[in-house]
Design a binder for this molecule. Structure first.
Ligand code: NAP
Length: 504
């Protein structure tokens, strides 16, 4: 395997790895040789250097992806692509621990979470390998005599995949696995905060023997590298995971070239708890929804909508659990919540909580930056007395902050849960099976979990409604995001007698 890194030594400092870009079949430093430091959020120290891709590097990556599309990859049958996806799954199985450790260094998530994510990656490549040879067109009976008509499902082409920092490899996989199954080639741009895991992942792709140029990685900032990819005239599709604000800008920029777009965006998901729920199970579900991953998950159940008669009991249970959560080093198996991933995040979470209190919310638990551990820790926070018009009930926090609101009846519960511009996910806690389905149907969200939260799987379609996004990842639908339909007409007879001046 070609080397993808060197080491950078500063006097008195441990040598840090210096990574290179993956462009076509080569590992290369950025065109102008520039690198920047990737910072470990737990130690607040640089732990690696990543290349800052130039605009020429982006062009090279897109050109390599185009060449691969027109080369051996484009010629392959679905069954051959499936074999490559399965090889990649095997390598990822072997590398899971290594990749999880890199993810944790990069974004500060608990190793137990990144390990579970890394261990799940092969399943996605296996699942989409199973679909790669089933991308069937249809034969359509022509509506006039003498014609044969059919459709082909063709890869959309070169895909730019742009991801957030919170789960870099899982988010990448949700794009890459279906894109490869469809026959596309990919240029990936991870967040500038977490560049390394995607570059390490590219080594796995290389080891799995995928043809050169099928998977390329450019690292650097969203404003430069990301934007250039989105506007690139030779990119056929942009698949983006990130904030709604950036997603809207990405969508507008892509439209200048009528580039196809899928968007996985932010959320303000509700956890609706009825008084007839198993309250301890609901409390644990709410804790997992908002405090797991330090609340830095797109599906964070950041609004608790609870029936009036159960309010005090569930809040008491939640406070009890929140106060016991062990903040700590993400690699320590005893830790239950790690730091926030970067300083702007910490500043944003603190400011939102402070403004919520100024607007009348009551702090039932947490509410402050936790200084004992250094790093970027914020206490697990529960805010009661939240009104639906408050900023804390409307804006995505992307941190460990729960806003609690009350309802009196089912209609009010649904109205409160749906009173948001977002629509990514929702949780619903009740022991009444009829109500469970009835309310699930009325909730405006791409995914509803009943008496559960934060479940994902390769075969479960995932995505948002409203401002939470466009398109679906995972499940059979996901491959469709990377395919175009071509219609082919064949005249079975000679053209004789056909009027050239009227439509057929
Ligand atoms: P973000 O600021 O929108 O960034 C997302 C990605 O877009 C990063 O790679 C970023 O690069 C890049 N980017 C920034 N500006 C760009 C531009 N003008 N053109 C092209 N790319 C650009 O989001 P984030 O703060 O990293 O992530 C948190 C957000 O992601 C939350 O809103 C969360 O809900 C959402 N999210 C959604 C899902 C989902 O599946 N729906 C999953 C996870 C996260 P740089 O970071 O290098 O600037």
């Amino acid at each position: 395997m070609a080397s993808s890194m060197t080491h950078f030594e500063e006097p008195g400092h441990e040598a840090l790895p210096v990574y290179e870009l993956r462009l076509g079949g080569s590992w290369r430093p950025a065109g102008d040789g520039r690198t920047y430091a990737a910072v470990n959020p737990f130690t607040d120290q640089a732990w690696a250097y990543a290349p800052e891709a130039t605009s020429a590097d982006v062009d090279t990556a897109v050109a390599a992806a185009r060449t691969a599309l027109h080369g051996p990859w484009g010629e392959m049958t679905g069954a051959e692509r499936a074999r490559h996806l399965r090889s990649l799954a095997t390598v990822l199985e072997e590398e899971a621990e290594h990749l999880a450790a890199i993810e944790t260094r990069g974004n500060g998530k608990l190793l137990r979470e990144t390990m579970a994510q890394a261990a799940s990656l092969p399943g996605y490549y296996q699942y989409f390998a199973g679909l790669a040879d089933k991308l069937e067109g249809t034969t359509i009976p022509a509506d006039k005599p003498g014609y044969f008509m059919y459709t082909r499902r063709e890869p959309v082409g070169v895909v730019a995949a742009i991801m957030a920092w919170n789960s870099p490899l899982l988010l990448l996989t949700w794009k890459l696995a279906p894109a490869l199954a469809a026959g596309c080639t990919v240029v990936a741009k991870p967040s500038a905060y977490t560049p390394v895991s995607t570059l390490e992942f590219a080594r796995c792709v290389e080891r799995a023997g995928l043809p050169d140029g099928v998977f390329n990685v450019v690292t650097g900032s969203g404003a430069d590298v990301g934007q250039q990819l989105v506007k690139h005239p030779d990119v056929d599709k942009v698949t983006f995971t990130g904030s709604t604000q950036t997603g809207i800008a990405v969508g507008k920029a892509a439209m200048e070239n009528v580039t196809r777009v899928s968007l996985e965006l932010g959320g303000k998901s509700a956890q609706v708890v009825f008084a007839d729920a198993e309250l301890e199970a609901a409390a644990i579900g709410v804790v997992s929804g908002i405090f797991a991953a330090t609340g830095q998950t797109c599906v964070a159940g950041s609004r608790l909508v609870v029936e009036q008669s159960a309010h005090d009991e569930i809040v008491a249970r939640l406070v009890h659990h929140a106060e016991k959560i062990r903040l700590g080093d993400p690699v320590d198996p005893a830790s239950e919540m790690g730091p926030l991933a970067n300083k702007p995040q910490l500043a944003k979470v603190s400011a939102l909580v402070q403004r919520a209190v100024e607007q009348g919310a009551h702090v039932a638990a947490g509410g402050r930056v936790s200084r004992e551990l250094g790093g970027l820790f914020f206490e697990p926070t529960i805010l009661t007395g939240v009104r639906p018009d408050m900023e804390i009930a409307r804006e995505e926090v992307f941190g460990p902050v729960l806003a609690v609101m009350r309802f009196d009846d089912e209609d009010e519960a649904v109205a409160l849960a749906n009173d948001t511009r977002f629509g990514l996910a929702a949780g619903l806690w009740t022991e009444n099976v009829r109500r469970a389905h009835r309310v699930a149907h009325r909730l405006e969200a791409g995914t509803v979990w009943i008496n559960a939260y934060r479940m994902v799987a390769p075969n479960a379609p995932f995505g948002g409604v409203k401002l939470s996004g466009i398109g679906r990842e995972n499940g059979r639908d996901a491959v469709q995001e990377y395919l175009e339909t071509k219609t082919i007409w064949l005249a079975l007879n000679e053209a004789e007698g056909r009027d050239p001046f009227s439509i057929g």
